[in-house]
Design a binder for this molecule. Structure first.
Ligand SMILES: [Zn+2]
Length: 361
């Protein structure tokens, strides 16, 4: 779940959560905090499945002052929701990158999102720089309904953006705003996935829920829309959309964890559809802004009991196929040589994807 960026409330300064635990308590399996034991346990999950590592489509890296506002929001969120949200990985940026490397996360993202006009282009510039510094990070973009959005999205795609993030609750805009049509068109043509926070969790927004995004997909049925948090709490409605549109995917971010099961449990009767749509479910974690350890997300997926083939797809195979197919055609999943073309360093210049379709046309 994402904090509302720059509009964040300040932290309360209190050090004890509602249940009496210290705010910096490290929850979840493995203890959190990134100790050597935790890293080994995370790596063991991939190793047991015969995977080279993990692909995590939903992680947050952002300009430092923006991230600190997000963290301040989570520090104060208990006053809004009654549930404490102790950030497990409140670390400096280089330490957070090092943690993902030690977890064996081969590719990840830097999900950025604006809450007002005039911010998205700056965030995209930052994300391009970050992906150059950190080659395992897929160059990430974002957008906002404003003049010039079609142009800056097209430019960001041309310099190698591999994934976008849109936050309809924090941004508080209708995805069908006509200003956005050139941007959606460019993303659909480029076949670059866009992770959209469109569910009504943790609190509904004017444009969240399956309606607005459903209308968007009716207009752009080939848009590679990834439903963040599997659409929590409207899971069934977003599974409907995934059944209707072949290019819709869902990320697992925070879903099935003890934390989310208390607030918005995933319905057991939907496990069949989860299995049937298994090739369109992607690992997402919300690292570092999670109130439990990274391992717990993996345990939460394993304990669904949907089988090792399902897990292999979710933890690695589905994202490897998605990102190999979009953009430069470089395989983001081998882990053999991070940095060769997957990081948005201008390698998108060929303009062709694996289908031979001209990108950014
Ligand atoms: Zn997030």
């Amino acid at each position: 779940m994402d904090g509302p960026g720059g509009r964040a409330a300040g932290g309360t300064g209190r050090t004890v959560g509602a249940d009496g635990t210290p705010r910096d308590a490290r929850h979840g399996g493995g203890g959190g905090g990134g100790g050597g034991g935790e890293a080994a346990a995370v790596r063991a999950v991939a190793r047991r499945l015969g995977l080279p590592g993990l692909l995590d489509v939903h992680t947050h890296f952002m300009p430092d002052r923006v991230l600190r506002k997000v963290w301040a929001y989570f520090d104060g969120v208990e006053d809004l929701t009654g549930v404490a949200w102790p950030i497990t990985y409140r670390e400096e940026e280089d330490r957070r990158v090092d943690l993902l490397r030690r977890f064996g996360v081969l590719r990840f993202t830097s999900m950025v999102y604006p809450h007002k006009a005039g911010m998205a282009r700056w965030l995209n510039d930052w994300a391009a720089g970050f992906a150059t510094r950190v080659p395992e990070c897929l160059c990430t973009g974002t957008l906002y309904p404003e003049d010039g959005v079609g142009r800056y999205v097209t430019e960001h795609l041309a310099r190698g953006a591999r994934v976008f993030k849109v936050h309809l609750q924090v941004g508080d805009f209708d995805p069908n705003d006509p200003l956005l049509d050139p941007a959606w068109g460019a993303l659909a043509d480029a076949r670059v996935p866009v992770v959209v926070h469109c569910g009504s969790g943790p609190t509904p927004g004017a444009h969240t829920g399956p309606g607005p995004v459903g209308r968007l997909l009716a207009r752009y049925p080939r848009l590679r829309l990834v439903v963040a948090h599997m659409g929590m709490p409207e899971y069934a409605d977003f599974l409907d959309l995934a059944e209707r549109y072949d290019e819709v995917r869902l990320d697992t971010t925070m879903v099935f964890t003890d934390f989310s099961e208390r607030l918005a449990p995933f319905p057991r009767q939907e496990h069949g559809r989860l299995l049937a749509l298994g090739d369109r479910v992607l690992l997402g974690s919300d690292f570092p802004n999670i109130p439990y350890g990274y391992l717990h997300q993996l345990e939460a997926l394993e304990r669904l009991g949907l089988g090792d083939d399902w897990l292999r797809g979710v933890l690695h195979g589905n994202a490897a196929a998605l990102f190999a197919d979009a953009g430069t055609g470089a395989d983001p999943g081998t882990g053999a040589d991070p940095g060769t073309g997957a990081a948005g360093t201008g390698t998108a210049g060929t303009g062709m994807d694996s289908q031979g379709i001209h990108r950014n046309a």
